[in-house]
Design a protein around this ligand. Structure first.
Ligand SMILES: [Zn+2]
Length: 634
């Protein structure tokens, strides 16, 4: 009886607390008081991110969240935005970015924010911070302009585990170390595991190694995102390998920046996509992202075969100083280009070359002609080798066909992602225009001009689809309770202005961008509130690895997991990475699980009474006490 009463009491507490949670934060005062919202966006047409057609409503925002959608008197907002004539959409979620080493220097991330991006996933193509907890801490110290989630990179953990000696399969000990590093990153909030198999040291990993590491990600609910082994001649084999890894590891697969970058394979996009569709029909979650240009951008090393780079920079120079090896490298560059159907290197444009900035914006054929007065591909290969020797360069590679780009875009599982970094508008570099124009180009060119997608569908591909795929559950939709990340744009004016010649130009027609309730772009001008946050994949239970736990063991494991998550949440709260409301909401969720667990324990005949009678099940539990303390503070 005593216990029944206790359970009843806790239920009452829980219900009253749940009711409290439903009261909008802004409702603390009188609901009709003049300024009960931090921000009211009125008069706009909402495209909510689901793909539904627009509806007319105002949006009330408080404490970084959308709290009301409907008819709202603008005077109720401390701040107001007149959205007449504008579309109000969820902030764009860009799942393919490379922020490491750049966000530290350009924390406002203005190039992304100005094109409507409010949330990014970084750590792509196998390259991430090794210690995510430290990195998150370091970059959030001075504020960040966008919300950032991260993958953990295969190349990063492989280098850490194997050092410079990586042209081989890892030893069992190195494999264990890699698993550990992926696990630690997942526990630090990574959203999944990424590979970059065209780069070192990942190029030497086999599918077994990738599967073993994708399994760790899957155990934590993460996905496997892959820059595939080959995107040209063997793109179909690469797609099959990616899918096989996902199937073996029971892990969702994200194919990064899907493209066909061999001229010989142009026109085959729909055949390649059939592989993805077939996997989805079998029940494997495979999705795709894509940037909206028929050109890619990467390091000049992509023109060579990986063997040249084995052992690091010193070895590269040694090899190039050996005439036989140098001759082989020259042949490699020619053969690699020819294998992809190119008869010269005019597809390779220099984005940035420190040694000679006048090369920026020119292709290697033009440069060779100017410097060497030669037009043959062998001389162009020599030029590429000389540029590599002089410190390397970043390239823009115009190797794709527009028709394939469009075929990939038409798939319902394709999301729009930039492959961008963060950068300012200064300097002599001529980077890929996707860094400044990707989303605006989609809306202006592909939606309005080419009519390849409807506007609601394009918005879905930039918002709810990426948020769903990377489990960013409070982003990507305009709904009460969701984070107040919004973009307001004029569908008739929106356009990218960044070109391959002049790539560092912000788009037009994107008038306002809101990040966590703060206005980050106002009348198309950045305001740099640095309102972004680190988005950690919710600390959740790893699926138990052992399959033969007894009922008792699995109950205890669940209990330990609840306590572990409680401690993790507590330290997040103490480190001020959670707001009071977020902390409270998470604690209440955890308490629910606790109540459910204890319910099962009470009903189970198999449990060890001594273990469960150690005071753990007395209300209020440690979690209940923490909730009570927290409730007192407001
Ligand atoms: Zn990549």
């Amino acid at each position: 009886m005593g216990q029944a009463r206790k359970v009843h009491a806790i239920t009452v507490v829980l219900i009253s607390v749940l009711i409290l949670r439903l009261i909008p934060v802004a409702g603390q005062g009188n609901p009709s008081s003049p300024t009960d919202f931090d921000l009211v966006i009125f008069g706009g047409r909402i495209l909510d991110g689901t793909g539904n057609p627009w509806f007319k409503a105002d949006v009330g925002i408080s404490a970084g969240k959308i709290v009301e959608i409907g008819k709202i008197d603008p005077s109720r907002g401390l701040q107001r935005i007149d959205a007449q004539g504008l579309i109000v959409a969820p902030g764009f979620v860009d799942v393919h970015t490379h922020l490491e080493g750049a966000i530290e220097l350009v924390p406002d991330a203005e190039n992304l924010v100005m094109m409507g991006v409010t949330t990014v996933v970084t750590g792509n193509c196998g390259s991430s911070a090794l210690n995510l907890a430290e990195w998150f801490e370091a970059i959030s110290k001075n504020g960040i302009g966008v919300n950032i989630a991260s993958l953990v990179g295969h190349n990063t953990v492989r280098r850490a585990a194997m050092g410079g000696d990586f042209n081989r399969t890892p030893s069992p000990e190195e494999m264990r170390r890699m698993r550990e590093l992926v696990q630690r990153a997942m526990e630090d909030g990574a959203v999944g595991f990424s590979s970059g198999l065209e780069y070192l040291p990942g190029a030497y990993a086999n599918a077994y190694e990738l599967t073993e590491l994708a399994k760790v990600s899957a155990r934590y609910g993460g996905l496997y995102a892959t820059h595939m082994r080959d995107e040209g001649e063997f793109v179909d084999k690469s797609v099959s390998e990616s899918i096989a890894v996902g199937e073996q590891a029971d892990c969702p697969v994200e194919i990064s920046h899907l493209k066909i970058s061999s001229k010989k394979r142009w026109g085959e996009a729909s055949r390649i996509l059939k592989l993805v569709e077939a996997a989805r029909d079998r029940g494997l979650q495979v999705t795709v992202d894509q940037y909206m240009y028929p050109a890619s951008s990467t390091d000049i090393s992509i023109l060579f075969y990986p063997w040249l780079f084995e052992g690091g920079g010193g070895r590269v120079h040694e090899r190039l100083n050996d005439p036989t090896a140098r001759e082989q490298v020259r042949k490699d560059v020619v053969n690699k280009a020819r294998a992809q159907g190119f008869n010269d290197l005019s597809f390779a444009y220099v984005a940035s070359y420190d040694k000679e900035s006048s090369f920026n914006g020119k292709n290697i054929a033009e440069i060779t002609n100017r410097i060497k007065n030669k037009t043959d591909i062998v001389s162009q290969a020599d030029m590429a080798i000389e540029m590599l020797e002089a410190g390397g360069a970043r390239l823009v590679l115009r190797k794709m066909s527009e028709a394939d780009v469009e075929t990939i875009l038409k798939q319902p599982f394709t999301m729009v992602a930039s492959d961008a970094s963060v950068m300012g508008q200064g300097g002599s570099s001529v980077p890929h225009p996707r860094n400044f124009g990707n989303n605006a180009r989609t809306l202006g060119y592909y939606v309005r001009e080419r009519k390849l997608l409807t506007l609601p569908e394009a918005i879905r591909r930039m918002t709810s689809l990426p948020a769903q795929t990377f489990k960013l559950w409070d982003r990507g939709l305009v709904r009460p309770g969701m984070a107040a990340d919004l973009v307001l744009f004029d569908e008739k004016r929106v356009a990218d202005l960044a070109t391959f010649e002049q790539p560092k130009r912000h788009p037009m027609g994107i008038d306002y961008v809101i990040v966590n309730g703060k206005v980050a772009v106002q009348k198309s001008m950045g305001t740099q509130p640095r309102a972004g946050r680190i988005l950690r994949w919710k600390i959740q239970a790893a699926q138990p690895v052992s399959v033969s736990l007894s009922a008792e063991q699995s109950l205890r494991a669940r209990d330990e997991e609840i306590l572990r998550r409680f401690k993790a949440l507590q330290s997040e709260w103490k480190a001020k990475r959670l707001t009071r409301d977020e902390y409270l909401a998470a604690l209440l969720d955890l308490q629910m699980e606790e109540v459910k667990l204890f319910d099962v324990v009470r009903k189970s005949k198999e449990v060890d009474p001594e273990y469960w009678a150690r005071g753990r099940m007395d209300y209020p539990t440690v979690i209940g006490k923490e909730i009570r303390e927290l409730m007192k503070t407001k």
